[in-house]
Design a protein around this ligand. Structure first.
Ligand code: ATR
Length: 284
């Protein structure tokens, strides 16, 4: 009888562009564990069927667009972060029970700690954007006891909605919502210890027009979750103005590393994962 390796996966639609199989398999190979990781395309209309059948044969799986929220009703239990964020990117199959986690936010936080040596406790933080990524990051920053969190978005109603939802869970944080580039926004920049871009600006080299960097203190850490290009125009400008910067590939690497740790109990080689990711991005 042939030996069958255990299986991990990432599900989404589309999924061919996912870099997770590459970085996960590099880490798995180094750990010498009998497991493989593959991409599975699951269209929305087949998600329910996937959870009922294929998912049960996996040790665990990552979840990406468009299923991060849609998968919630099919899971047996959720981690604290996943519950508050309302989205899951990692599922662990434990004796047929499916446990949902969100390692996107915690991955970001870990990257911030490890590569920028930044601790959010007691800090004033400005988050650009109000989508799923902003919600995940604001949640973990609140869990890390940030002093104030400002959600600044092009569409004010979306920023307000995130603040309204998170306020309920984190009363110790001072929450603000504002429109990008208005006076209130500039005021929040003046106090900021950390400024994070979670919008899609920066993808394909796009840039903010006239970002008011002059309101930021020089020591404010400037962070971007866009990882392709790694040095977004936003980060390039911040660097030119002598701000410390934090690049986006760390979040992808650490969310993957935390997921692999949940599934296997092993600590993967972060440097190796980062190396293969950066090499792959260079070729894109
Ligand atoms: P994700 O779940 O990855 O965070 P999303 O929900 O599509 O993605 O959110 C994208 C974010 O980028 C939003 O905050 C969006 O602003 P709006 O809510 O106003 O749409 C922001 N964004 C995208 N393009 C933008 C642009 N050209 N200028 C400013 N913000 C932009």
């Amino acid at each position: 009888m042939g030996f069958k390796k255990k299986q991990l996966a990432v599900i989404g639609d589309p999924i061919t562009h996912s870099l997770s199989p590459l970085i996960q398999n590099a880490a798995i190979e180094k750990l010498k564990i009998p497991i493989t990781y593959k991409a599975i395309r699951v269209p929305s209309e087949r998600l329910k069927e996937f959870v009922r059948t294929q998912a049960r044969k996996l040790v665990g799986f990552n979840v990406t667009v468009p299923h991060k929220r849609a998968i919630l009703p099919y899971l047996n239990s959720l981690s604290q972060e996943a519950k508050i964020i309302g989205a899951v990117n990692t599922v662990l199959n434990k004796n047929g029970k499916l446990f949902g986690f969100n390692t996107d936010g915690t991955g970001y936080l870990k990257s911030l700690h490890e590569t920028a040596h930044f601790d959010p406790r007691g800090k004033n933080i400005v988050v650009l954007g109000a989508g799923g990524a902003a919600r995940g990051i604001a949640t973990v920053l609140a869990l890390s006891r940030a002093k104030s969190i400002t959600l600044a978005n092009r569409t004010l109603s979306r920023a307000r909605e995130v603040v309204r939802d998170l306020k309920i869970h984190f009363k110790h944080v001072k929450w603000y919502s504002t429109v990008l580039f208005k006076e209130k926004f500039k005021k929040s920049l003046k106090q900021a210890h950390l400024l994070i871009n979670t919008t899609s600006i920066g993808l394909k080299g796009t840039a903010f027009e006239n970002f008011p960097f002059n309101h930021l203190k020089t020591q404010c850490l400037v962070s971007d979750i866009v990882y392709h290009p790694r040095m977004t125009p936003f980060l390039k400008q911040a660097k030119r103005l002598s701000h410390p910067i934090h690049t986006g590939e760390g979040m992808l690497v650490y969310q993957g590393a935390l997921a692999l740790e949940l599934w296997t109990g092993c600590q993967p080689d972060i440097r190796l994962m980062k190396k293969v990711l950066l090499e792959a991005l260079k070729k894109r």
